[in-house]
Design a binder for this molecule. Structure first.
Ligand code: B12
Length: 284
């Protein structure tokens, strides 16, 4: 990332960053072909550690030394989703869930987990299964009870895969669905993928007033806030509040309730594509 972006994420001016780089060697930027400095997630992690130690009472020089010596493991590789799943796992899972057979659905999942990364399973099995369940419910070939059973199964497994997503040293993302919005699974999938590329996730869940999101943001100072929803018109009712939020924070909108035009009107970014691809796009 360029220095301006790093400065915005960390909340330290570009002048100070340049000074720290010169004086303490805490940053090791790469260069573009045009010789512009480009900072990595590891640079960001070092800075965050340095700032933490400065706040803890160390001198900047000492804090920089500790941060420079620290070892970080940030997974900045593209997510392991290439290739995709071409098995019949999705249909087997839908069939098991339609007959309320949780054990059989779990067995399908367990087998997949032996051989595929979570993000592949989410993108190529969970999301299509949810789509199919929804379509079949709309067509009347699945009843509400089956739809709820299937959604709850996937919801709980997604939350299981999400455990520990607040750990690490990467930038923080604050995720929530606005008031009245219950469709949270796309957002959880997005958080799981984002964590895999190094971010730390704070998840407030469905039906969260935008004021509560602002309150949490003031406490955790996220580098990004993502609001997501599936119900058409879901963001419009809270448009003014979202605009206020975007005046202070980097805000992005995702899910079917968002569009590039709406996001622009709310001074937010629009996250296009499915949650996994959208998370991946934040690498660049
Ligand atoms: C599960 C589900 C529910 C569950 C949600 C539980 C939960 N914990 O999430 C429950 C039962 C609560 C529910 C309730 C309702 N639902 Co519902 N639900 C679904 C269902 C079956 C799956 C939704 C889902 O999670 N899909 C997985 C996501 C990832 O896929 P997706 O929604 O297609 O999203 C795509 C993109 O938008 C994007 N994306 C989605 N989220 C995000 C987030 C980020 C950050 C990013 C980058 C991208 C992204 O990724 C996907 C593409 O890969 C869909 C059917 C369907 N076809 O999708 C209906 C659906 C979304 N529901 C619908 C409706 C109408 C309702 C109800 C109004 C029904 C009712 N009469 O009560 C209520 C409203 C509740 C509310 N106020 O929010 C409609 C929405 C129509 C619309 N656009 O307005 C759908 C499409 C069903 C339909 N065919 O009519 N629902």
């Amino acid at each position: 990332m360029p220095i301006g972006e790093l400065s915005r994420r960390i909340g330290v001016s570009t002048d100070v960053l340049r000074k720290w780089e010169r004086r303490y060697g805490v940053l090791k930027p790469g260069r573009t072909l045009g010789n512009q400095r480009l900072y990595s997630q590891v640079d960001e992690a070092r800075l965050r550690l340095m700032i933490k130690h400065v706040h803890g009472g160390m001198s900047p020089a000492q804090a920089a030394e500790v941060a420079a010596a620290a070892r970080f493991r940030i997974n900045a590789k593209p997510l392991a989703v290439a290739g995709g799943l071409t098995t019949s796992a999705g249909s087997e899972m839908v069939a098991a869930l339609a007959r309320y057979d949780e054990t059989a659905a779990e067995q399908v999942l367990e087998k997949l987990l032996d051989t595929h990364p979570a993000t592949t399973i989410i993108r190529d099995v969970f999301l299509p299964v949810l789509g199919e369940v929804g379509d079949r419910w709309a067509q009347g070939t699945l009843v509400v009870a089956q739809e709820h059973f299937a959604s709850t199964f996937i919801h709980s497994r997604l939350l299981g895969m999400a455990r520990g997503w607040d750990r690490g040293l990467g930038p923080k993302a604050l995720l929530a669905c606005p008031s009245g919005e219950q469709h949270a699974m796309g957002l959880i999938a997005f958080g799981i993928a984002l964590h895999q590329i190094g971010w730390r996730i704070t998840y407030l869940g469905p039906d969260t007033p935008v004021g509560a999101v602002a309150e949490a943001a003031a406490r955790i100072t996220p580098a990004l806030i993502v609001l997501a929803g599936a119900v058409a018109g879901g963001f419009e009712g809270v448009g003014d509040e979202i605009r206020r939020l975007s005046a202070r924070w980097r805000v992005a909108l995702g899910g079917a309730a968002s569009s590039p035009k709406l996001a622009e009107a709310l001074r937010a970014e629009h996250l296009a594509h499915d949650p996994i691809t959208a998370a991946q796009s934040l690498l660049t």
